[in-house]
Design a protein around this ligand. Structure first.
Ligand code: SF4
Ligand code: FES
Length: 207
């Protein structure tokens, strides 16, 4: 595999040809926030992983390195853009318990970027019809990682994206039954993949 030279936060480093900026940063111990990133699968929908490359803001998880790139992972523009994105995500984001909130990466990043985490509303409407897994739609940010984990990793295809536009949401078996009556085999891959606590092990202890 060839190498390319890039500037990473002002330091010249060697990158592997074909690797993503996120991968490069991680190899050099630089943390970049991610929500929808799923290893080995180009998702690229949340944009929280943006970095500045030669003056442009681009998502690091789906952008490959190229010779001469000047990459800034924490510039003021990057930080401000991430904050704006988090504020938008937090607008429709609620947790049912402190435990669920503590597992949520959006809330973790919110605190890191000086914002309030999402509110805790115990009465929020959830789907608790499944014996082992609970679905809280108000904690879901439609990152689609559970869909990838269920369909592509496990070949189960129980979870799907349903609807269009602002009505888009996650559903089970094309939305006919609630989760407990679906063909879910309780593999738990969605729980492992979910960055927010949208799908959670019941009792929060199974991950
Ligand atoms: S339930 Fe979790 S993994 Fe699935 S789309 Fe929502 S936030 Fe993403
Ligand atoms: S983590 Fe890169 S676009 Fe979501």
């Amino acid at each position: 595999m060839g190498m390319v030279k890039v500037l990473l936060n002002g330091k010249e480093v060697e990158a592997l040809e074909g690797e993503t900026i996120l991968n490069l940063a991680r190899r050099y111990g630089i943390e970049i926030p991610t929500l929808c990133y799923y290893e080995g699968f180009a998702n690229g929908s949340c944009r929280i992983c943006i970095v500045e490359v030669n003056g442009r803001l681009i998502p690091s998880c789906i952008t490959k390195v190229s010779e001469g790139m000047k990459i800034e992972t924490e510039s003021t523009r990057v930080t401000e853009a991430r904050k704006t994105l988090l504020k938008l995500l937090l607008k429709n984001h609620t947790h049912r318990s402190k435990e669920e909130q503590m597992r949520c990466r959006i809330c973790e990043y919110a605190v890191k970027y000086g914002l309030e985490p999402a509110p805790i509303i115990p009465s929020v409407k959830v789907d608790d019809t499944h014996p082992a897994i609970l679905f809280n739609p108000s904690a879901c940010v439609m990152c689609r990682k559970c869909v990838i984990a269920c369909g592509i990793d496990q070949n189960n295809d129980v979870i799907a994206v349903i609807g269009r536009g602002s009505g888009t949401r996650v559903g089970f078996d094309l939305d006919t039954p609630p989760m407990g009556m679906s063909s879910c085999v309780s593999c738990g891959a969605c729980v492992d993949a979910c960055p927010t606590g949208g799908v959670n092990g019941k009792g929060l202890g199974t991950r």
